[in-house]
Design a protein around this ligand. Structure first.
Ligand SMILES: *[C@@H]1O[C@H](CO)[C@@H](O)[C@H](O)[C@H]1NC(C)=O
Ligand SMILES: *[C@@H]1O[C@H](CO)[C@@H](O)[C@H](O)[C@H]1NC(C)=O
Length: 256
């Protein structure tokens, strides 16, 4: 899935223009300003624009895990094993035919002696990146195997890469917004935007999606859409930046 398609909210920008820094008239004798971080800037004072900006992005989960449980209890060990094996084979075949890779399927089998019988229990965990495929497989198993298998509701989650990408993208989006804002401020005064002097991510927040569900609604009753929504990760980033301000004429001379 692509991040660019996902933002539910437009990126937000809020301006914090430090007016005294614009224009730079009569500031030659003033000391180099201290930045909020406590460091001093090497750039001559007075020709800077200080701006802050933010962005918010979200990304839906890119993986789902489904667990299928089945079991058999028989007086004869071989019968319990065969009953479970047949269904396991059917599950494996159905998943394979719908494009699930073998490495994304984990099977565990547990054989026990219970009272005077043999009990075999098995669990199949399948991870999917294609949720349509997941539904096809689950629906087929429920239809063909009925109550002889228990198909858990899907658990949606993110790969580490998806979360890392989101964090980078939201920071870049905030920097982009900050730069655009600084650029428009400069344009307003007939100036052009120079090099960045400082870019600092001031705040980064992450949270999961919330759904309006009744407290009595246990997580078992959530629909697939609600599960995806509640597993969606949101991230926001707040950036502070300082850019040099260049005069228009200066820039023209440089280009020639
Ligand atoms: C399937 O397994 C491979 C190897 O472990 C992994 O790279 C891939 O992301 C998995 N795909 C899904 C859909 O989980
Ligand atoms: C679950 O919450 C929805 C509203 O979000 C409500 O319409 C529904 O009746 C609730 N179900 C139960 C079992 O409480």
């Amino acid at each position: 899935m692509s991040l660019s398609a996902l933002p539910l909210f437009p990126a937000r920008v809020f301006a914090e223009l430090l007016a005294p820094q614009l224009g730079g008239l009569g500031r030659e004798n003033e000391p180099v300003p201290r930045l909020p971080g406590g460091r001093s800037t090497p750039v001559p004072p007075g020709r800077e624009v200080h701006v802050s900006g933010s962005a918010e992005l979200c990304v839906a989960p890119d993986r789902a895990r489904v667990s299928i449980r089945l079991g058999s209890r028989k007086g004869v060990a071989g019968e319990a094993r065969i009953s479970v094996s047949r269904r396991l084979e059917y599950i494996a075949q159905s998943a394979r035919q719908r494009g699930v890779q073998e490495e994304n399927v984990t099977v565990t089998k547990d054989f026990n002696r219970v009272e005077n019988a043999y009990q075999m229990e098995a669990e199949v965990c399948i991870t999917f990146s294609d949720f349509g495929k997941m539904q096809n497989v689950c629906n087929l198993l429920v239809e063909k195997l009925g109550s002889s298998v228990i198909v858990s509701p899907p658990h949606f989650y993110h790969t580490a890469e998806a979360v890392d990408t989101l964090r980078r993208q939201v920071c870049l989006a905030a920097v982009g917004n900050t730069r655009r804002k600084a650029q428009e401020v400069c344009r307003l005064f007939g100036q052009s935007l120079g090099k960045p002097v400082l870019i600092r991510e001031e705040e980064m927040k992450e949270w999961e999606g919330q759904i309006d569900s009744h407290p009595s609604n246990s997580s078992d009753t959530l629909t697939v859409q609600q599960r995806i929504q509640s597993a969606t990760i949101y991230a926001s980033s707040k950036v502070f930046a300082i850019f040099e301000i260049k005069g228009r004429e200066k820039r023209k001379n440089k280009l020639i």
